[in-house]
Design a protein around this ligand. Structure first.
Ligand SMILES: [Fe+2]
Ligand SMILES: [Fe+2]
Length: 352
């Protein structure tokens, strides 16, 4: 069981990798480590020829999207992944290790990579102005508040469980933990994708390829993050009785509606000038459905056709590889193979 919620007398134990925590965590461990990469592995210079001749409104939309991604990755690394890791019961050291590794990728690799793109394409004054835009963009701030708010609630519960044990309530703890995991999956598998759309749109047309390579490496990471946390969330959800499941399902769909409203407005502001808002919102709905499926729920939005150029950019198989100037997402520190959907079948029960 993932969450036993027993408050035992303190007894420290080591992580024993000889005894698997469960039937899937060591698989995710292998996959995460084999995908490891560094922002500096990808040289950005060759994008400049294309970047320099882009119209200003295109540059602005591109930069704002990467800024949105930066905000999400920053908090996913600073609090999102760590707080979920801390909520996992003490003896699941392998699960904690996998979550901690993911946490390290978010800010130190993903957010840093966006900054590397900014530093290549833009001047310091422009970068500062861009970050200020994000700090003052109402919809982005509201999205952050909803997601990070769920993490903060779990942060408080983690504290109570460990240090204020009289107030500890196992049922409340599990509920708050599940909500934080659900918020995490929404971020990983859904909210990132309005920002990914534009780099993929360019990449699918053979433009701004180095930035596109970075985005593909990040997408490869986020996709396993969303599946792993989704798997943990499903395991926890199965421990709730029917009434609680119903209540949490309603909470999840209300969160989805409120995030979708903010997302649509944000998409309108970022993509309105380049006339892509309608297309991006299709992609947003497509990925919202995928996030729900990672959590074990049915899709919410009707199926629609996503722009094939973006789907072409989204294909995470190796596209480019040049050992001197650029590294494709086929770049390997260790032996690594691209994931297939079938890799994620762990005989999990279907949840309605
Ligand atoms: Fe990330
Ligand atoms: Fe992630």
């Amino acid at each position: 069981m993932a969450v036993k919620n027993e408050l035992k007398a303190l007894k420290y134990q080591g992580a024993n990798w000889n005894q698997p925590d469960d039937e899937y965590t060591q698989f995710f461990y292998e996959q995460n480590l084999s995908q490891f990469w560094r922002p500096e592995d990808i040289s950005m210079q060759s994008d400049l020829n294309v970047w320099n001749v882009l119209p200003n409104e295109v540059k602005l939309a591109y930069a704002r999207n990467l800024l949105v991604l930066t905000f999400l990755d920053t908090y996913q690394g600073d609090i999102g992944m760590p707080v979920v890791s801390r909520a996992i019961d003490e003896e699941f050291h392998q699960r904690k290790a996998v979550l901690n590794f993911m946490a390290a990728m978010e800010n130190a690799v993903h957010a840093k990579s966006y900054s590397n793109i900014f530093m290549t394409y833009m001047q310091t004054g422009e970068i500062d102005e861009l970050f200020k835009w994000g700090e003052n963009q109402k919809n982005l701030q509201n999205i952050m508040e909803k997601i990070v708010g769920a993490y903060k609630e779990l942060d408080k519960e983690n504290y109570i469980k460990k240090y204020d044990t009289k107030k500890y309530n196992a049922k409340r703890f599990n509920e708050v933990a599940w909500k934080a995991m659900a918020a995490s999956v929404f971020l990983e598998t859904w909210l990132f994708y309005s920002g990914f759309y534009y780099p993929l749109f360019f990449y699918g047309q053979g433009k701004l390829m180095q930035a596109g390579e970075i985005i593909n490496l990040i997408i490869r990471d986020e996709s396993i993050h969303g599946v792993y946390v989704g798997r943990l969330a499903q395991e926890l959800y199965e421990t709730f009785d029917n009434n609680k499941q119903e209540e949490l399902s309603q909470w999840l769909h209300e969160l989805l509606d409120s995030l979708y409203k903010e997302q649509s407005e944000l998409v309108h502001e970022v993509y309105g000038e380049v006339d892509l808002a309608h297309d991006v919102n299709i992609f947003v709905r497509y990925n919202a459905n995928k996030a729900l499926m990672n959590l074990g729920f049915d899709p919410y939005f009707p199926q629609e056709e996503v722009n094939p150029v973006v789907l072409n950019g989204l294909n995470t198989e190796t596209k480019t590889m040049d050992n001197f100037s650029m590294k494709g997402n086929g770049y390997q520190k260790m032996k690594s193979e691209a994931l297939k959907d079938t890799d994620f079948i762990f005989e999990r029960p279907k949840i309605k």
